[in-house]
Design a binder for this molecule. Structure first.
Ligand SMILES: C[S@@+](CC[C@H](N)C(=O)[O-])C[C@H]1O[C@@H](n2cnc3c(N)ncnc32)[C@H](O)[C@@H]1O
Length: 232
């Protein structure tokens, strides 16, 4: 059976990029850029998986600002979203896959990106464990995400402003009000960033860096799979 989340993303795929940039006032582009520049500073490698990669913007940014991958996969379960990557400047091969059961062998990738996907999977721990499995020792997982609001500014933004203007604008431009109601609710229901980092540690990751963007509207979380036989 096709999951409701997958159906929802198939339904908004054709307006996804536009609404993403419009609703974040272009900030999503800057957040992805920051993450990719940071991965370059960390020395992230050449085998890339953009997990929950949607229309491929994270992979495109990685290739432009970090390294030219030897091998790159754009993995997502929504065929509609993957189709949106057509014509973009990326060498990534689109693969329809479930983040909860990634169809690649252990240690297949040096870097896994996950932009705004963790909140949408049925079980963030499962997706973390799968990402850990397919990463090579020393590899990085970069999670760019909207986490549950904790500070007063975020609580106000996600509690009062976002539930009004995001579904309204989403409905106007895509005709899919429910998808944008889901967006706001999924953020409020998700883990706070600190709990997510603790969960990542219990999955074996080292937390390398947590970067807050725009007062905590979103975060970039940089996780590393330890080298074999070491704690880093
Ligand atoms: C908000 S979009 C993010 C797209 C892209 N990463 C970006 O930065 O704009 C979330 C994506 O996660 C995908 N997704 C959600 N659950 C998934 C799962 N279990 N397996 C694979 N992809 C999933 C959706 O289809 C959607 O394309």
């Amino acid at each position: 059976m096709i999951s409701p989340v997958r159906k929802m993303f198939d339904g908004i795929a054709c307006r996804y990029d536009f609404l993403n940039h419009f609703l974040s006032c272009g900030q999503d582009i800057l957040w992805r850029r920051y993450c990719c520049r940071q991965l370059k500073r960390l020395g992230a490698g050449r085998r890339l998986l953009d997990l929950c990669g949607g229309t491929g913007d994270f992979a495109v940014t990685y290739e432009k600002l970090c390294v030219n991958p030897d091998m790159a996969v754009l993995g997502d379960f929504s065929f509609g979203m993957l189709k949106g990557s057509a014509g973009k400047k990326t060498v990534a091969t689109p693969v329809q896959l479930d983040a909860m059961r990634i169809p690649f062998a252990e240690a297949s990738f040096d870097v896994v990106l996950n932009g705004f996907g963790m909140r949408n999977v049925p079980d963030a721990r499962g997706a973390l464990q799968e990402s850990f499995r397919v990463l090579s020792p020393g590899g990085y997982l970069c999670v760019l995400e909207f986490f549950a609001p904790r500070n007063p500014f975020n609580r106000f933004f996600y509690g009062c402003l976002a539930p009004v203007f995001i579904p309204l604008l989403g409905a106007f431009f895509s005709g899919k009000k429910e998808a944008y109601e889901y967006l706001v609710n999924s953020i409020k229901r998700f883990l706070p960033v600190r709990d997510f980092c603790q969960m990542a540690e219990t999955c074996g990751f080292l937390v390398v860096k947590v970067k807050s963007f725009n007062g905590g509207i979103s975060y970039g979380v940089f996780l590393r799979k330890p080298l074999e036989g070491s704690r880093g």
